[in-house]
Design a protein around this ligand. Structure first.
Ligand code: SF4
Length: 362
């Protein structure tokens, strides 16, 4: 498993610190750069503003270009940017106004504002990077989020963002800001679990969520924003999947992508696994029909987080590898599978004893 936290020797800091680790000086050196001085086993010593900064990491693991966030009093740093990965995500808040049955990151009450530090971290990312933004619900801190996006867009127009949001906090006047940020720079990932408002609201644990989502989507549409609608398949909405496909095709044709997603067994997803997980290796019918409807209407539908062998052959082309590198694993029977190079495998926390029944090498 890839470490997203790295042990550091304590620093006498009173404010959060953003540091980029470099194996050698670069032309565009910044005040945030630390240059390596010495490596001894898992211990790496860097020079930072004349001081020594020590990071502990697995030998031979490259940290060159990685960006760390060090918080006062903490003995480990958050690895915000891994320079050699396409799977970097900023968790901007743990607060949320929903309580989804499958939430992988159950909400917390308090918010610790690190938007300024995250803007600095983004500005240090490799060229043309795509950075994920998630929560919690990022738009609960909409003004700070927009400030960060505008600041980064000004200094690093090459960067793009994929932002997960319930889209319920957009207001009509936000359309202007969305246009100014540019539709090619941000992909908004918005969950839609059912075309039936009651079912959607039940799944997200918030009455009126569906009704609030509709104007939010309208604002995104008016701004010409890029939108990825996301539907996690569950026992609770399996029979509604065709209805979702029809709803998107008739009402939301402006979206860029419809992602039909498998469940992640962590957080509330783990707690509610038995009552929520839908074994699509045993029954794929609704998903197949939903994809067919989307395709017939010219909508791009994808299957996210589906092991390839859980998908009937005719639909495997819709199932790219989507599980982030740091949380992906394969099982013993994957050894020797001809599809392993293209298959996204499983989440680290997937438990095969309670999972798909009909898997095997292909
Ligand atoms: S056997 Fe493993 S690698 Fe092959 S398709 Fe299934 S999950 Fe993917």
């Amino acid at each position: 498993m890839i470490d997203l936290r790295l042990k550091v020797d304590p620093l006498p800091i009173v404010e959060p610190l953003v540091v980029r680790l470099l194996d050698q000086p670069v032309d565009n050196r910044t005040e945030h750069d630390a240059i390596i001085l010495d490596i001894d086993g898992d211990r790496r010593e860097y020079e930072y503003h004349g001081f020594s900064f020590t990071v502990h990491a697995r030998p031979h693991e490259s940290l060159d270009g990685d960006v760390l966030l060090v918080l006062p009093g903490q003995a480990s740093a958050h690895r915000l940017i891994r320079a050699n990965s396409n799977h970097n995500t900023f968790l901007v808040t743990e607060q949320c106004d929903q309580l989804c049955v499958m939430c992988s990151q159950p909400p917390k009450k308090y918010h610790f504002d690190l938007f300024d530090q995250l803007a600095v971290a983004a500005s240090l990312a490799p060229r043309d990077a795509m950075i994920g933004i998630s929560g919690g619900e990022p738009l609960l801190h909409k003004e700070r989020l927009f400030q960060m996006l505008f600041a980064v867009s000004a200094s690093r127009p090459d960067l793009r963002f994929h932002i997960l949001t319930n889209a319920q906090h957009f207001e009509p006047q936000d359309a202007e800001r969305l246009v100014a940020l540019g539709s090619d720079r941000i992909l908004w990932g918005v969950p839609l679990y059912s075309a039936n408002p009651k079912t959607h609201d039940r799944i997200v644990g918030k009455e009126g969520a569906f009704a609030s989502l509709e104007p939010g989507l309208a604002t995104l549409m008016r701004a010409g924003a890029s939108v990825e609608l996301r539907t996690v398949v569950l026992q609770q909405n399996w029979e509604d999947l065709i209805g979702v496909a029809e709803f998107i095709a008739t009402r939301l044709g402006f979206i860029s992508v419809w992602a039909i997603m498998q469940l992640e067994r962590i957080g509330y997803g783990r707690m509610n696994w038995a009552s929520s997980f839908k074994d699509t290796s045993a029954d794929f019918e609704q998903a197949a029909r939903a994809i067919d409807i989307a395709a017939a209407r010219g909508l791009k539908a994808w299957l996210y987080n589906f092991p390839l062998c859980s998908v009937p052959q005719d639909y495997r082309g819709y199932a790219p590898s989507t599980i982030s590198d740091w949380k992906r694993k394969y099982l013993d029977f994957c050894d020797g599978c001809g599809a392993r190079e293209t298959c996204g495998g499983f989440f680290q926390w997937y438990d095969h004893k309670e999972g798909f029944n009909g898997l095997g090498p292909i």
